[in-house]
Write a protein that binds this ligand. Structure first.
Ligand SMILES: NC(=O)c1ccc[n+]([C@@H]2O[C@H](COP(=O)([O-])OP(=O)(O)OC[C@H]3O[C@@H](n4cnc5c(N)ncnc54)[C@H](O)[C@@H]3O)[C@@H](O)[C@H]2O)c1
Ligand SMILES: [Zn+2]
Length: 287
């Protein structure tokens, strides 16, 4: 969906054929990829038609659905074309999640663990305590995690003073430099949730190797990701092209390189350079 620019034309044509105007409203129902593409088109047609998002995956309900970013991939780069534009409303209907396959059912949990690590240790504990219920597709356990994840993402965007990412830091993208690069290197066969799990594992190991984080915390989180069925390594981690992801991440943000590392749970810290030897060692340990 996000890799095919023809989809943009097709959605624009529907808006044109149906004579939608700025007082119309588009209802987008789908996972993060569908919502990212529809959101982009909704914001450029007539310079903006209101969009109601109805996310249908755990990841989009707990993360991207409440976000302000819309876009598609281009030139083999993730989200190269896109806009910041908040939706008019977001409706999370948990009953939509029941038809998800195993991979996309778990997908939202790596993003929830990401935001929990930065902002709410209690949420990490809840995921740990309910790991079996989550694996058994218990909707009550999952909806509690999704709600908190969505709230933490939304609070960050609305309360932390940089909704349109003009500054260098981008805390919600913990673990994402490697995740985004891996997704494009694997031609998007790796799901975003799985890529984030691998990216988090790399940056947790880097945090340990930089002398910032206690290894017991990193091991605890990596073990939990594995228990939930997430991958924490991938053959492409050994491809030197992966390291280009650091510079691509910097370019996408602009300004000086800013990566988030962890000193502890709820103790993030920004760093402005990352030695490739550290990344290689982190990857060796994960492999
Ligand atoms: N805009 C943002 O802030 C932001 C943040 C995180 C991720 N994203 C983007 O979101 C995308 C990942 O989103 P995703 O994890 O929702 O995956 P997805 O949108 O790729 O959907 C995954 C799969 O699930 C299917 N699906 C969707 N809803 C379903 C349902 N209810 N039942 C059965 N199958 C269903 C889809 O057809 C697809 O095959 C990536 O492209 C990522 O870049 C955007
Ligand atoms: Zn993400």
């Amino acid at each position: 969906m996000k890799n095919n620019p023809a989809i943009i034309r097709a959605i624009l044509e529907e808006i044109h054929k149906n004579n939608l105007c700025r007082k119309s409203c588009i209802l987008g129902i789908g996972g993060g990829a569908v919502l990212d593409a529809i959101g982009y088109v909704a914001s450029i047609a007539h310079r903006g038609i209101p969009l109601i998002r109805m996310p249908s995956t755990t990841l989009s309900q707990g993360d991207s659905g409440v976000g302000v970013k819309n876009g598609i991939n281009y030139f083999g780069k993730k989200n190269f074309v896109g806009v910041f534009d908040p939706p008019f409303a977001v409706v999370n209907d948990y009953s939509l999640l029941q038809t998800l396959d195993e991979k996309h059912w778990r997908s939202g949990l790596s993003e929830a663990m990401k935001v929990a690590l930065i902002k709410k240790g209690e949420l990490l504990q809840e995921i740990e305590n309910n790991k079996d219920a989550l694996l058994e597709k218990n909707i009550v356990a999952m909806s509690s995690i999704i709600r908190q994840s969505a709230e933490l993402h939304l609070l960050h965007i609305t309360q932390c003073g940089d909704p349109f990412e003009r500054l260098d830091a981008r805390p919600l993208d913990f673990g994402h430099w490697a995740a985004h690069k891996l997704e494009s290197m694997t031609d998007y066969s790796l799901s975003h949730g799985d890529a984030v799990s691998i990216g988090l594992s790399i940056d947790l190991q880097c945090s340990v190797l930089l002398g910032l984080l206690d290894s017991t915390i990193a091991n605890r989180v990596i073990r939990l990701l594995q228990y939930l069925g997430f991958p924490t390594n991938h053959p492409d981690l050994l491809n030197p092209e992966l390291l280009e992801g650091i510079e691509e991440f910097r370019q996408h943000l602009g300004g000086q390189l800013t990566l988030l590392m962890l000193k502890g749970i709820e103790h993030p810290i920004d760093i402005h350079q990352l030695d490739v030897a550290i990344v290689r060692q982190a990857i060796d340990e994960l492999m």
